[in-house]
Design a protein around this ligand. Structure first.
Ligand SMILES: [Zn+2]
Length: 383
């Protein structure tokens, strides 16, 4: 998955190509919306390096560039391998409120640099907390609770949104492997719904549930309660799992949006029903390739079919740290490898704006900003 025997110059070249990916064209300049990005998958390698040194933690590599190479996936693998990379950097920021606040603040700057004007960033507060008996990423129990994690993220985002002129809301994720956290995550969503938390999500490795082809009863219950309470819902489903998980997410968990959703195409009847229902697909092209969730042939990527069929989908980053780029590089992949037109990418952005979990007036204002930006760009092209 990651090569480790490269010379310094080769490492620099990988960083240049895979991480910086300078795209000085319309794709970078256009205003964008990202609905599916994991805050803990969007940390800067330099921050992990700094915090690791401060906390006396060992990290792979002898420089930021080498660390970056360990964290950025360059070869296609499986979702399980993809998620395993989190075990490298998560222990460094887990339970460290200063680091968590910094990550949230810097995230705003990185999105703003890519001309993202609105973003819904997601994370599981429990994965960054350490006050439980067996913390997921920390070696020992500490005193940082999921509640403190949410407060730290909110502090960083609040300051970042002002300093970098961007709007960022959050989605709290339940984890498939930890149904015992679900109720507390729902409670946190409700507690912070006026402080930037707009929805609940279910993330993790879908293959964990494959023995029953059914999510844990506790997740079904919590999502049904979320719907009853009027909290918005998105579910990772059909990324590498079967179409049946998409059916469950839409009909049993009342998901308004699907994280990925590609494998809905394995069941044409379900695909038609979900399409007609207007469910929004949060596609993440580069990560879908790296996790081996879609065909090796880019020209057979599900979003091409989505675009052709007029499906309500958007293009998103998933994990910028792991894939080595923000939205501009996703757009580059969409146009250069998958074969989407700039117009189709703009439409995906307008879909994203309509599918945000914002109040209607803020949604309309966002749509207007995007439409004006595209019109301005077209008229300057014509000059
Ligand atoms: Zn995701």
């Amino acid at each position: 998955m990651r090569s480790t025997c490269r010379s310094r110059n080769e490492v620099k070249e990988v960083v240049r190509r895979k991480i910086l990916r300078p795209v000085m064209d319309q794709r970078r300049k256009m205003k964008k919306v990202d609905l599916h990005v994991h805050l803990d998958g969007a940390v800067r390698a330099s921050t992990i390096w700094d915090v690791g040194k401060r906390r006396n933690m060992s990290l792979p590599g002898s420089s930021v560039e080498e660390l970056q190479e360990h964290l950025t996936i360059t070869d296609r693998g499986s979702l399980t391998e993809f998620l395993a990379v989190f075990a490298i950097h998560m222990p460094v920021i887990c339970g460290d409120l200063e680091a968590i606040e910094r990550v949230a603040y810097e995230f705003c700057e990185d999105c703003s640099n890519d001309n993202i004007i609105y973003c819904e960033a997601r994370y599981c507060p429990h994965l960054l907390a350490n006050d439980m008996e067996n913390p997921f990423y920390a070696d020992t129990k500490g005193n940082v609770s999921p509640l403190e994690v949410v407060k730290a993220v909110n502090r960083g985002l609040k300051k970042g949104c002002v300093d970098f002129n961007i709007k960022v809301k959050t989605i709290l994720c339940c984890m498939r492997e930890r149904p015992e956290w679900a109720q507390e995550i729902l409670d946190l969503c409700l507690k912070f719904k006026d402080q930037g938390v707009v929805a609940i999500d279910l993330a993790g490795d879908e293959n964990l549930d494959l023995k029953d082809i059914k999510s844990h009863d506790e997740h079904l219950r919590v999502f049904q309660e979320a719907e009853w309470l009027g909290l918005s819902r998105t579910v990772h489903a059909g990324e590498n799992g079967p179409a049946e998980i998409v059916r469950e997410a839409v009909y049993d968990m009342h998901a308004q949006r699907l994280g990925h959703g590609y494998h809905v195409l394995d069941d044409e009847t379900l695909y038609k029903a979900v399409r007609e229902k207007g469910v929004h697909f949060e596609a993440c092209p580069v990560s879908s390739h790296m996790t081996g969730s879609v065909s090796t042939d880019w020209t057979k990527h599900p979003i091409l079919r989505f675009a052709r069929d007029g499906v309500n989908f958007s293009v998103n980053t998933d994990d910028p740290l792991l894939i080595g780029g923000f939205l501009s590089s996703e757009y580059e992949t969409c146009t250069e490898k998958i074969g989407l037109s700039l117009e189709q990418i703009r439409n995906a952005n307008l879909n994203a704006a309509r599918a945000t979990f914002l109040p209607e007036d803020e949604k309309q204002s966002l749509l207007k900003q995007l439409q004006e930006d595209y019109e301005k760009s077209d008229s300057s092209q014509g000059d």
